[in-house]
Ligand binder design. Structure first.
Ligand code: KG4
Ligand code: ZN
Length: 351
């Protein structure tokens, strides 16, 4: 039997991701153009610059190259999956335009994909659909969102909790910059590395929302506590040998509290999820921050105590990528959740 062949394009933030996957879960090719270096000096992702970099990647032929690597001609595709949000609209538009013009040129159906759904469903590709059966519980931790979701099926989600302010990835990024780290390879990884040298009880930060009996997240208070600790213990001094230890202690203590907060919320969410669906199959942890080793280790413990398998995609598929979009395209295509391609005239007008 012939399997689906789906091209996925991701351009919601600062990574241009392209991939081709099959319906039986093989990744035929993938490409990723990352913009970390570009934004490092600005203290965050600059939408205009990000848009330019996405356009450069697309104009440079990232989609065509990926198809070639896969040995796939566009007319062989079953569909084109494209992230339509949430994200930076300037950036999303670059990917959408490319997807629509390709779909028009080859008369292919389009699959609009929600970025957080893609972070969730990728676990079914990496672990195998038989190991991540519906219903399951998902903890999604990225730069823009923290979510606890009961996943009943494709497109069937019950949100159990979400971030009230900053998402955890954003808190990692801001903390990394406050500590004067080189964020050219991403703030999260830089902070994780520094934290390895620190005492995670060195600074008495408190775990957020201890007395709030829900599954929501808040990192604004912890972020302020970190800022005050940096002002108090490091001041305006540039990173140096002499303040290295205290900066590492701040990093480790921040990480310990931040992750404890994830543990608390997720434990409660398991209970809430089981009230709605007694037979959840596993705990999925995904999104950029799920590439963090401490996050993975602590959530493994939560899963074990709950008697659930922990499913964490490999780190490179936790952060933004084209594979998760292509795979979500497969899942949605199977349910007929597609859009007709635009006409070539329409696509030309949009270009
Ligand atoms: O999912 P993602 O790639 O993009 C969004 O959808 O936002 O997540 C990006 C976030 C960034 O804030 C980044 O700092 C964080 O994930 N991140 C990490 C690690 N790797 C990426 N945070 C902590 N530890 C890491 N190793
Ligand atoms: Zn993401």
């Amino acid at each position: 039997e012939k399997t689906e062949l789906v091209l996925g394009i991701e351009s919601s933030c600062d990574d241009t991701g392209v991939a081709i996957v099959t319906g039986d879960g093989r990744i035929l090719a993938q490409s990723l153009a990352s913009q970390n270096e570009l934004h490092a000096q600005w203290g965050g992702v600059v939408p205009k610059l990000a848009q330019g970099a996405h356009q450069e990647a697309i104009d440079g032929g990232i989609v065509e190259t990926t198809l070639e690597k896969a040995g796939v001609r566009p007319e062989q595709l079953s569909a084109i999956a494209i992230t339509i949000g949430p994200g930076l609209s300037l950036c999303l538009r670059v990917g959408v335009r490319k997807a629509r013009s390709l779909a028009a040129a080859h008369n292919l159906p389009l699959v609009p994909v929600h970025h957080m759904e893609a972070h969730t469903l990728i676990a079914r590709l990496t672990a195998g659909v038989e190991n991540v059966q519906f219903p399951f519980l998902a903890l999604l931790v990225s730069g823009g969102h923290n979510l606890l979701v009961l996943v009943r099926g494709v497109g069937e989600y019950v949100q159990l909790g979400s971030s009230l302010d900053d998402a955890l990835g954003e808190a990692y990024d801001k903390t990394a910059r406050l500590l004067g780290l080189d964020v050219g390879g991403g703030g999260g990884p830089a902070l994780e590395k520094l934290a390895k040298q620190g005492d995670d009880k060195g600074i008495p930060f408190s775990v957020p929302m201890i007395r709030k009996g829900n599954c929501d997240f808040s990192y604004a208070g912890l972020k302020t506590a970190v800022r005050l600790a940096v002002e108090d213990k490091v001041g305006d001094d540039p990173p140096s040998e002499s303040n290295m230890q205290v900066r590492a202690d701040i990093a480790a203590s921040f990480q310990r509290c931040a992750v404890k907060h994830l543990e608390h919320r997720t434990k409660r969410a398991v209970t809430w999820a089981r009230e709605l669906e007694p037979e959840i199959s596993c705990l999925v942890v995904s999104g950029g921050v799920a590439s963090n080793q401490v996050v993975r280790a602590r959530l493994a413990e939560v899963a074990e105590q709950a008697g659930l398998p922990l499913i964490c995609p490999p780190p490179s598929l936790c952060t933004d990528n084209g594979v998760m979009v292509a795979w979500t395209g497969v899942e949605r295509l199977r349910l007929g959740l597609t859009e007709a391609p635009p006409t070539e005239e329409q696509a030309a007008l949009e270009a």
